[in-house]
Design a protein around this ligand. Structure first.
Ligand SMILES: C[S@@+](CC[C@H](N)C(=O)[O-])C[C@H]1O[C@@H](n2cnc3c(N)ncnc32)[C@H](O)[C@@H]1O
Length: 221
């Protein structure tokens, strides 16, 4: 597993503070976990859970891919789901486990796994928040096939794809998609939410960038 050699510049009073995006850019996942710990679950996760709830389905098995420090996993557990949380960095789970209420611990399994080797079990829901763009392009097609195969008919996928106009698209090891490619990936799904976010950072950020993000919640046919 390779996270690259991370060197984050020391914080400097003259520079804007380091934010989650700075740690993500550098693949500094411990730094990222510390920057986002305790944040709200993602809108795509909530959209999918609300759609399940409207169908009267509230206690399935979810696989949370690249779960990070666990913002979405905790929300899933809180709403009655069983969760298999996977991440390539062991520190993700040292943030997560102490925050899981004792009564919910038996519903959670955590597995340290790289995208290249992740085995995704048959499930109702795959959640992949801000995860798949960090998979190396050579491993992405197989990973995506495993995700699609794992979700039962009527189950859901939620997560983000980064667009080809996003500044990080030229970074080695990252996987970005055009809008048409995203639609192609989702051809066996009925798209329930597709929000395209395209914007520039304001200049106060340390390293302003252009963002293009597709926020997705979709139901497998
Ligand atoms: C931007 S974070 C997203 C975390 C969380 N899902 C969220 O929404 O905050 C990306 C996650 O991908 C994980 N990751 C990065 N490269 C990975 C790899 N090769 N295999 C598995 N996980 C990886 C990191 O450890 C990190 O938790």
């Amino acid at each position: 597993m390779c996270y690259g050699n991370v060197h984050m510049p020391e914080d400097d009073d003259n520079l804007p503070p380091l934010r989650a995006q700075d740690y993500s850019e550098a693949n500094d996942w411990p730094g990222y976990f510390a920057a986002v710990v305790g944040k709200e679950p993602r809108e795509t996760l909530i959209a999918a859970l609300d759609a399940f709830a409207r169908e009267g389905f509230t206690d399935g098995l979810a696989v949370d891919i690249a779960a990070g420090e666990g913002r979405d996993t905790l929300a899933l557990l809180g709403r009655g789901w069983r969760v298999m949380a996977m991440d390539g960095h062991p520190e993700a789970f040292t943030h997560l486990w102490p925050r899981v209420p004792d009564t919910l611990k038996r519903r959670l399994r955590t597995i340290e796994a790289d995208f290249a080797e992740m085995k995704i079990e048959h499930c109702d829901f795959v959640n992949a928040s801000f995860a798949l763009p960090f998979c190396e392009p050579r491993h992405f097609p197989a990973l995506w096939s495993r995700i699609v195969e794992a979700i039962r008919p009527g189950g859901r996928f939620a997560g983000q794809f980064f667009g080809d106009r996003d500044d990080w698209a030229s970074m080695p090891g990252r996987t970005h998609h055009s809008r048409d490619q995203v639609l192609q990936l989702l051809e066996s799904f009925e798209i329930e939410l597709m929000r395209e976010e395209e914007r520039d950072d304001t200049p106060e950020v340390r390293k302003p960038k252009h963002w293009q993000i597709f926020h997705i919640a979709a139901r497998k046919r």
